[in-house]
Design a binder for this molecule. Structure first.
Ligand code: PHE
Length: 455
C-alpha cells in the first residue's frame, strides 16, 4: 500500500470496541458537559436551548464525528500524519495536511487553558472535604472563588499538577496509559454522576429541573443562543480539534464507525443532561438562580452543598467527578501532538513531556490574565476585540475561528474530496444518511456560524 510510506511503527490499537468507546466518551465528557453545558443552558433560558443543542449534535456533530473517526482510521496516524496519508490516497493536494496542523494547534491551545480551569477542581475538593462550604453564604462563596482566581501562585500549583497528571497518562502510551486510565475513570465517573442525580432527586425540586431542561420556551431563544449551541456541540464532542481523529487512528478495522459514533454522541449527551439533572434541582432547592454564568458550579453549588445534609461528602464527590472528566479530556487534547512527535521518531514519554511543558507554559499566560495581567488586552485597537484578555483571545481564536475552520474543511474533504466508495466502505449502511449531511448540511451550518461569530 503506497500510503504506508512513512510508517514509523506506531500502529498502536485499542484492545476492543468498548475501550475505544470509553476513550472517546472520556474525551467528549469534560468540563464542557459538567461545567459549561449547565451554565449556558441556565443563561439561555433552558428547554428551547437544549432542543437546539440536541439538534446540532444530531445533524452536524454526528456526521462530523463519523468523518473524523473515519479519516483517523484510514490514515492510522496522528491527525497531521493521517491527513497526509488520506490526501495522498485520494490523489488530493498535499496542502490538506494543513487541516491536521490547525486541528493539532487548536487542541494544544485549548489544552493550555483547559488545564488552568480543570485545576480549580482540586482546591474545591479540598475545601469540600474540609467543611469550608458548611453554611457558607453566597457572598462568601463568591469571595472564595475570587480569591482563588486572584492568586497566581495557587493557580500555578493546580495548573502544574493537572498538566502533570495529563502528561503522566499520555507518556504511558495508548495501551498502558490511555486505555488503563479511561477504563477506570469513566465507569467511576458514571457511578458518581448517578449518585449525585439520585441525591438531587430527593431535594423535592427534581421536577422543576426536568421542566426547566425539557420544556421549550422559544421566546427565550435568541440567534446568539443558536450559535452558542452549535459551537458547544463541536466542543463537547471533541470535534474539529484532532482528538477524535487521533483516537480513530487506533481503532481496529472491524469496528463499525457509524454505530460507534452514535453511541459516543448519545453518551456525551446523556452525561450533559444528567449533569443538568444533578445541578439544577440543588440550585432550585436553595432558591438560587440558574443563570449564574461560569460561576454556577464554583460559586452557586458550594452554597447549595453547604446547606444540605452530607454536603461536604457530595460536594467532594462532585468536584472529583469534574476532575476525572477533565482529565480524560485533556489526555485526548495532547494526543494529536504526541502522536505526531512520536511519528517523527521521538519517544512517547519525551513527546508527552515536551508537548505538556509547552502547553503548561502557554497556560501560564492564561492564568496570569485572570489576575496580574487582567488589564493586558493586546487587541484593544481591533473592533470586536476590545477588552479581551489573553485567555479571552485564546478562547475566541479556538472556538470561533480554528474549530469552525477545521470542521468546514473536514466536511469538504470527507464529503467532496474523498471517493464515496471509500467512505461507503468505512461507514456501511449509514453512508446514505451521512453523505448528504456532510456534503450540504454540515458545511452550510458551519459557514453560518462562522460568519455570525465573526460579525
Ligand atoms: N469535549 C471536551 C469537553 O466537553 C473538550 C474537548 C475539546 C476535548 C476538544 C478534546 C478536544 O470538555
Amino acid at each position: 500500500m503506497a500510503n504506508n510510506k512513512q510508517g514509523s511503527g506506531n500502529q498502536a490499537q485499542w484492545s476492543n470496541r468498548f475501550v475505544f468507546i470509553m476513550a472517546a466518551v472520556g474525551s467528549a465528557v469534560g468540563l464542557g458537559n459538567i461545567w459549561k453545558f449547565p451554565y449556558i443552558t441556565g443563561e439561555n433560558g433552558g428547554g428551547a436551548f437544549v432542543l437546539v443543542y440536541l439538534a446540532c449534535i444530531a445533524i452536524i456533530g454526528l456526521p462530523l464525528m463519523m468523518s473524523e473517526i473515519m479519516l483517523g482510521r484510514r490514515g492510522a496516524k496522528s491527525p497531521i500524519g493521517s491527513m497526509a496519508v488520506v490526501a495522498a490516497q485520494e490523489h488530493r493536494h498535499k496542502s490538506w495536511v494543513g487541516v491536521g496542523i490547525i486541528a493539532t494547534l487548536a487542541a494544544f491551545l485549548i489544552l493550555s487553558f483547559y488545564s488552568v480551569i480543570a485545576g480549580w477542581t482540586m482546591p474545591y475538593i479540598i475545601s469540600a472535604v474540609s467543611g469550608d462550604f458548611n453554611d457558607i453564604a453566597a457572598a462568601d462563596s463568591g469571595k472564595l472563588f475570587d480569591r482563588l482566581l486572584a492568586s497566581p501562585g495557587e493557580l500555578l500549583l493546580w495548573h502544574s499538577i493537572f498538566m502533570g497528571l495529563t502528561v503522566w497518562v499520555s507518556a504511558g502510551g495508548v495501551r498502558h496509559g490511555l486505555e488503563r486510565a479511561v477504563t477506570k475513570l469513566m465507569p467511576a465517573l458514571f457511578v458518581l454522576l448517578i449518585i449525585l442525580v439520585g441525591y438531587a432527586s430527593t431535594t423535592g425540586h427534581f421536577s422543576e429541573a426536568v421542566r426547566f431542561l425539557f420544556t421549550p420556551d422559544f421566546s427565550a431563544l435568541t440567534a446568539e443562543a443558536i450559535l452558542i449551541a452549535l459551537g458547544h456541540a463541536f466542543f463537547t464532542l471533541s470535534l474539529a480539534s484532532g482528538a477524535m481523529m487521533a483516537y480513530g487512528a487506533y481503532l481496529p478495522k472491524q469496528v463499525p464507525i457509524a454505530r460507534t459514533a452514535v453511541v459516543i454522541a448519545l453518551m456525551d449527551t446523556c452525561v450533559a443532561l444528567l449533569a443538568g439533572l444533578a445541578i439544577f434541582p440543588i440550585v432550585f432547592a436553595h432558591g438560587l438562580a440558574p443563570s449564574e454564568g461560569p460561576g454556577l458550579i464554583f460559586v452557586t453549588l458550594p452554597v447549595a452543598f453547604g446547606q444540605m445534609p452530607g454536603g461536604s461528602f457530595f460536594a467532594g464527590l462532585f468536584f472529583v467527578l469534574l476532575l476525572f472528566a477533565a482529565w480524560t479530556s485533556s489526555i485526548s487534547m495532547l494526543e494529536s501532538l504526541v502522536g505526531y512527535l512520536h511519528e517523527k521518531g521521538i519517544s512517547r514519554a519525551k513527546a508527552a513531556i515536551g508537548g505538556g511543558l509547552a502547553a503548561w507554559l502557554v497556560g501560564i499566560t492564561t492564568l496570569l490574565s485572570l489576575n496580574l495581567w487582567s488589564d493586558f488586552t493586546p487587541l484593544d485597537s481591533m473592533a470586536g476585540f476590545e477588552g479581551k484578555t489573553l485567555f479571552d483571545l485564546y478562547d475566541y481564536l479556538t472556538a470561533n475561528i480554528m474549530m469552525p475552520l477545521v470542521a468546514l474543511l473536514i466536511a469538504i474533504f470527507a464529503g467532496w474530496k474523498m471517493a464515496p466508495a471509500h467512505s461507503a466502505a468505512e461507514l456501511g449502511g449509514w453512508h446514505r444518511w451521512w453523505l448528504p449531511m456532510i456534503r450540504y448540511i454540515s458545511p452550510i451550518a458551519v459557514l453560518v456560524v462562522f460568519f455570525f461569530n465573526l460579525k
